[in-house]
Each structure stands twice: as C-alpha cells, then as structure tokens.
Design a protein around this ligand. Structure first.
Ligand code: ATP
Ligand code: MG
Length: 278
C-alpha cells in the first residue's frame, strides 16, 4: 500500500471524515511486522536527518493535529524520537498567552519555524486557529474564515525559503478516544494528563469534525499536503507516519557538503604513525 497516496488529501478535494475509517490498517502488515519496519525507518530517518543538518540548506516542518488522546505524543516519541536532538525540535502550541493574543495569530508560529538543516515538529499548530477557535467562537467568523488563505500564503512563503512541510491529522473514533481516557484512569503515572475538559469537549465532536474537514480540504496543497492517518491502531499510525516522513526525506536527495580538507592528506599526516604501529 502506498501510504502517501492512500492518506494524502488531494488539493481541492473535499474531506469527509465520516467516510474515512479510523480503524483502517494495511492487510499486509500486523503489529509485529510493523514494529520491525518502524525500527528500520527510524534508523533511516536518523541518517537522513543527520544529512539534512550537514547540508544546512533546507528544513522539514511536520505539523501534528488531533483531538485529545489522538496520539500526538506517541508519534513524537515513537516516530521522531529516534532523531538526533541536535537538529530536531518539538514545539507544543497551547492556549495563547496575552502577548501572543496581542499579535496576529501567525506571530508565535513564525518564531518557531525551522532553521536551515532542522526538523521541527509542531505538536498542535497554527491550525488550532481555525479549529478550536472556530468551535468555541473565540474570534468572529469573518476573522477565522480568512485564515485558511492566510495559512496557505504563510506556508507558501516558508516553502519558498526551503522549508518542506508535512501535515498529519491523527484520525481516531469517538469510542477509541473514550477507551484511551479510561486507560489513563487506570494508570496512575498518567493521571496528571486527565482533565475535565477532555470529557466536556466530546460534546463538540461533530463541530470539531466539521472544522477539521474544512481545514484539511482548504489547506492541503501540493507542496504542503495534509495526510489523514487512521489512528485507532497505534502500530499502524506509527508505521504510516514513519514511512511518509522517511520517503519525504529520501525524496529531498540531500547533498552532504564535500569535505573542505583533503581526507587522504589528513589521514597520512595525523594517522600514519598509528597505522605503522608507532
Ligand atoms: P496532551 O496530550 O498532553 O493533552 P495537548 O496538546 O492537548 O496535550 P493541553 O495542554 O491539554 O495539551 O491543551 C492545549 C490546549 O490549547 C488545547 O485544548 C488546544 O486546543 C489549545 N490551543 C492551542 N492553540 C490554541 C489557540 N490558538 N487558541 C486557543 N486554544 C488553543
Ligand atoms: Mg489535552
């Protein structure tokens, strides 16, 4: 199965989340084969990220969006955790503070975009400004409805300056979300994660779905595509995302800079004694 084709949102198409099965997996894979493959892909991503860092020209921005318990933290840990922290950064976007609210919604995001050579993961992103903001009427409709175009223009600008963008929506079912909340209740080490609002937000499930459908449909572009990843099965979610990211890094055909010194000379000059057993 080609995950990129299977889960990528074609630019201009209309996403209907109800028609996409959050339980979908790949019939050729199971939990065990997937975990072997993820391990290999992690190794490959680590190598490619090191090359991207060495090349120091382009960067990769990965946006993760999901409802609560959708698995963003799991993706950060399992999929991206293998990369070298030098050259890799995760930024979580929470409720904006007063300074951030005093600026345009993209102000805080702009500052966290990747430098050349970096891989940056947005755990939530500027898309919150057309999702939670819309669901809870935090700004008037005429304001949020202009943001899709503003987001597309912003991402276009980043692309022009050498940033590659991948955006993942982790699609889980309402039942799976409740299961995961219940699991948290049974695990003392995760009690700190539980909040009353996790449950009350479930009343807005359909509003979130509509907001996501609009964001995914209006903001999936050829250069900054959205992927809707079936995420009820964590093993499949990890496999699909690792594959898409590794393939993307591979497709960049990263050029590691040529050495600035003559390697043979250096070897002769400083290591000859070692070789001759002196
Ligand atoms: P966890 O998995 O640990 O719960 P989280 O990303 O849900 O991680 P929280 O601190 O629980 O982190 O929630 C952050 C909250 O901030 C979310 O409810 C999100 O919708 C909200 N938020 C993020 N960006 C904005 C924004 N621009 N405007 C309003 N709320 C926002
Ligand atoms: Mg939360």
């Amino acid at each position: 199965m080609n995950y990129e084709r299977e889960f990528g949102v074609s630019p201009g198409s209309r996403v209907r989340l109800r028609k996409l099965d959050p339980q979908q997996t790949d019939k050729d894979e199971d939990k065990h084969s997937a975990s072997r493959k993820v391990a290999k892909l992690q190794q490959r991503m680590d190598e490619l990220q090191f090359q991207l860092y060495a090349e120091n020209k382009r960067s990769l921005l990965i946006c993760l969006q999901a409802l609560d318990a959708g698995g963003k933290d799991g993706v950060v840990r399992h999929v991206i955790g293998s990369m070298n922290p030098q050259g890799c950064r995760v930024t979580s976007f929470k409720q904006p503070n007063s300074e951030e609210l005093a600026h345009d919604f993209l102000w805080r995001v702009e500052q966290k975009t990747p430098r050349r050579g970096e891989v940056v993961i947005f755990n939530r992103s500027h898309y919150e400004d057309v999702i939670v903001v819309r669901v809870h009427d935090l700004v008037p409709k005429p304001v949020w409805s202009q943001r899709y175009e503003q987001i597309n223009a912003f991402e276009r600008r980043l692309i022009t300056s050498g940033t590659h963008i991948l955006k993942f929506f982790l699609h889980i079912s309402k039942e799976e979300q409740l299961e995961r909340f219940k699991d948290r209740l049974d695990d003392k080490s995760r009690w700190w994660k539980i909040s009353e609002s996790d449950y009350s937000e479930r009343e807005y499930w359909n509003d979130y779905a509509s907001a996501y459908e609009d964001a995914l449909s209006k903001c999936s572009t050829a250069d900054a595509p959205w992927y809707v990843i079936p995420s009820d099965h964590k093993w499949f979610r990890n496999l699909a995302i690792s594959r898409i990211i590794a393939d993307k890094l591979e497709a960049l055909r990263i050029q590691v800079p040529k050495p600035t010194v003559n390697i043979a000379d250096i070897r002769k000059k400083y290591h000859a004694a070692e070789r001759d057993g002196k």
